[in-house]
Design a protein around this ligand. Structure first.
Ligand code: TEU
Ligand code: CA
Length: 555
C-alpha cells in the first residue's frame, strides 16, 4: 500500500446513535447533551472521531433519515447551542466529529417537497422525481420497482395524479439530482456545517443519487440493485468534491450499497477526487451468517482492488444491522472471547475501523416478544406486507427478528441501575434485559473485559503505522476456521492469527512465506491472558476457541 499518509486514514471512528446513547433530560430519548455527558468515556477509548447519526429537524419516520430542515436540530436531540457545544467539547478532547448527511431524499414534510407536490408547474416540481402512471394510466405505478421499505417505490399524489419516487419510506421522497438547483442547495447546506467546524461527513445512501436512465419494469423487482449505481453518479460526486470537499481539511465516507471491489474503487481512487473512503455492504447487508471462506474472499478482493489506490473501512454492523457478536460470533458461551476476536479482526484488517456504540462492551442483539415492541420502519412495513400476504404473524415475526435493525438500537448499557443507566424516563425502545451482566460499569472494573481489550487495540493503532498503512497478505488460504494474515510496512511485519471456531486449532507458519528464515515472533497482543510472549520453537501455534493473537516478526 503506497498511498499517501493522511490523518483521516489513521482514524478510529466511534459511532454514536445518539437517541439510544444517553438521555440527559428524562424524556426517554437520547440527546446531544447526553453525548456531551459521555464524551470523557468516549475519549477514554482512544478513538479519534465520532460519527453522530442524523439530528436535523425531522418527523422521525426513519429515525432522522427523513430531514425536513437541514439547518436546524430536531427537538428530541436538543438545540443548535447543544450541537455547537458538542462540537467544541469534542474538539477540546482532541477528537473530531463526523456528521451523517442525508442527501438522496428529504422528508415529505420538507418545504421543498410541499412546494414540489403543490402543482405540476411549481418551480420546484422538478426537484423530485415525478412520473405519470404506466402507459398514461393513473391507476398503475410507472414501474414495478420496490423500495427498501415498501412493495413499491412509487406513491401517487392526489393533487396532481402523478407518482413520486421514494427509494425508502413513502415519507422519504427522492431528490432529483439531475437538477442543478437541487445540487447547489445541497452543497450550500454541506458548507454550512463544515464552516461550523465539522470534520467529516458520512454520506447516506450515496449509491442511489443518480436514477435509472430508463423507467421500465425490472425483471426481478426484489433485486433492488436497479436503484443504485446509475449513470451520472460519479459526475455528481466529482462535482461535490470540487464544490465542497476539497475546500476543507476533512474526511468523507460514502455509504455505497451494492459496491463491489471493481465498482467500489471508483469512488475512492485518489486520482479521481471523489470520496476519501466508503462503506461497502458485502458483509453487513449481504452475508447473513458467519462464512469464513466468503469473508476471506471479500477481504482479499477489496484489498487487491484498493491497494495503492484508495482507502476502505472495516465494520461488521452499524445501526442498520444486528450486533456483530450475536450474528458473527457466539453471544452465549463465548461472548467475551468472540467479541475480542471480531474486534481484533476489524482493527487489523486494512481500512478504517468503526466501533458501533456498545460493541466495546460486547452488547448483544435483542429479541422483543411482540411486533409492537419493534420501532424500525423497515421491520414494521415488512411485517405488515407479509402478514397481508397471508403468512402466519408469529412465523413472520420470528423470521424478521434475527436481522431486525432494532437489534443494534436498544439503549446503551451503562450500569445496572434503572434503564441500564440510559436515563430516568421510559426509553423509546426497550433495554436489553441482559444489562445487569453486560454494562460499562462492570467492564471498567474487569481488566480482562472486552472494553479493556478495545482500549489496547485502539492504542496499538496509534503507535503502529503498520496497522494503518501495511500491505495485506492472507496466508491461511481456505482454512474454514483459521484466518491468518500478514501486514507489512517499511521494516515492520505483523502476523495476525484468528481462530473463529469453538475448538482449539493449530496453525503452522510456513517459513517459506518469510523467505525460509528461522522465525522469531514477539507477542504484540493476545486475547487470552496466558499467552507466551515469545515464539521461536518452529512448532505449530495452537489457538484456543475464538483466540486472537498479533505477533511481530523479530527475525
Ligand atoms: O441505509 C441505506 C442502505 O442503503 C441500506 O443498505 C441499509 O444498509 C439497510 O437499511 C440495511 O438493512 C441508510 C441508513 O443507514 C438507514 O438507517 C436509513 O434508513 C436509510 O439510509 C435511508 O435514509
Ligand atoms: Ca432526552
Amino acid at each position: 500500500m503506497d498511498g499517501k499518509i493522511s490523518w483521516w486514514k489513521e482514524s478510529v471512528v466511534y459511532q454514536v446513535y445518539w437517541r439510544s446513547f444517553r438521555d440527559s433530560n428524562g424524556d426517554g430519548i437520547g440527546d446531544l447533551q447526553g453525548v456531551i455527558e459521555k464524551l470523557d468515556y468516549i475519549q477514554s477509548l482512544g478513538v479519534t472521531m465520532l460519527w453522530i447519526n442524523p439530528f436535523n429537524v425531522s418527523p422521525d419516520k426513519d429515525n432522522g433519515y427523513d430531514v425536513s430542515d437541514y439547518y436546524a436540530v430536531m427537538e428530541k436531540a436538543g438545540t443548535m447551542a447543544d450541537f455547537d457545544l458538542l462540537l467544541a467539547e469534542t474538539h477540546a478532547r482532541g477528537m473530531k466529529l463526523m456528521m451523517d448527511v442525508v442527501v438522496n431524499h428529504t422528508s415529505n414534510e420538507h418545504p421543498w417537497f410541499k412546494e414540489s407536490r403543490s402543482s405540476r408547474n411549481n418551480p420546484k416540481r422538478d426537484w423530485y422525481i415525478w412520473h405519470d402512471g404506466k402507459a398514461g394510466n393513473p391507476a398503475n405505478p410507472p414501474t414495478n420497482w420496490r423500495s427498501y421499505f415498501n412493495p413499491s417505490c412509487w406513491e401517487q399524489d392526489e393533487a396532481t395524479e402523478q407518482y413520486y419516487m421514494h427509494s425508502f419510506a413513502i415519507e422519504q421522497p427522492d431528490l432529483n439530482w439531475a437538477n442543478s438547483e437541487v445540487r447547489n442547495e445541497i452543497y450550500q447546506m454541506l458548507r454550512f456545517w463544515l464552516d461550523k467546524g465539522v470534520d467529516g461527513l458520512r454520506l447516506d445512501a450515496l449509491a442511489l443519487l443518480a436514477k435509472p436512465e430508463h423507467f421500465t419494469d425490472a425483471e426481478d423487482p426484489f433485486d433492488i440493485r436497479y436503484l443504485t449505481h446509475n449513470p451520472g453518479l460519479h459526475d455528481y460526486l466529482q462535482e461535490m468534491n470540487r464544490e465542497v470537499f476539497r475546500h476543507y481539511d476533512m474526511m468523507t465516507v460514502g455509504e455505497i450499497a451494492f459496491a463491489t471491489p471493481t465498482t467500489g474503487v471508483l469512488f475512492v481512487d485518489e486520482q479521481r477526487e471523489e470520496l476519501n473512503t466508503l462503506f461497502h455492504f458485502e458483509v453487513a447487508d449481504e452475508m447473513p451468517v458467519w462464512d469464513m471462506a466468503r469473508f476471506k474472499r471479500i477481504q482479499k478482493q477489496w484489498a487487491e482492488a484498493l491497494n495503492g489506490r484508495g482507502f476502505g473501512s472495516q465494520f461488521l454492523n452499524n445501526h442498520d444491522h444486528t450486533r456483530q457478536v450475536t450474528r458473527y460470533g457466539n453471544d452465549k458461551t463465548y461472548r467475551v472471547e468472540s467479541a475480542k476476536l471480531l474486534a481484533t479482526m476489524i482493527h487489523t484488517l486494512p481500512g478504517i475501523p468503526y466501533i458501533y456504540q456498545g460493541e466495546e462492551i460486547g452488547m448483544t442483539g435483542v429479541n422483543y416478544e411482540t411486533i409492537e415492541e419493534y420501532q424500525d420502519i423497515a421491520m414494521i412495513n415488512r411485517y405488515e406486507e407479509e402478514v397481508g400476504n397471508g403468512k402466519e404473524p408469529l412465523d413472520v415475526l420470528r423470521s424478521l427478528q434475527p436481522l431486525s435493525r432494532d437489534n443494534s438500537r436498544s439503549p446503551m448499557q451503562w450500569n445496572a441501575d434503572i434503564n441500564a443507566g440510559f436515563g430516568s424516563g421510559t426509553p423509546w425502545i426497550k433495554v436489553n434485559p441482559n444489562y445487569n451482566e453486560i454494562n460499562v460499569e462492570l467492564a471498567e472494573r474487569d481488566p480482562h473485559s472486552v472494553l479493556a481489550f478495545y482500549r489496547k487495540l485502539i492504542q496499538l493503532r496509534k503507535s503502529n503505522p503498520v496497522m494503518v498503512y501495511g500491505n495485506f497478505t492472507d496466508i491461511s488460504e481456505d482454512d474454514p476456521h483459521l484466518y491468518v494474515y500478514v501486514r507489512e510496512y517499511e521494516e515492520t511485519e505483523w502476523i495476525v492469527l484468528l481462530n473463529h471456531g469453538e475448538s482449539s486449532r493449530s496453525f503452522e507458519i510456513s517459513e517459506s512465506v518469510f523467505g525460509g528464515k528461522q522465525l522469531e515472533l514477539k507477542l504484540v497482543l493476545g486475547s487470552y491472558e496466558d499467552t507466551a510472549t515469545q515464539w521461536n520453537d518452529g512448532s505449530q501455534i495452537e489457538l484456543k476457541p475464538y483466540e486472537a493473537r498479533i505477533y511481530e516478526v523479530v527475525s
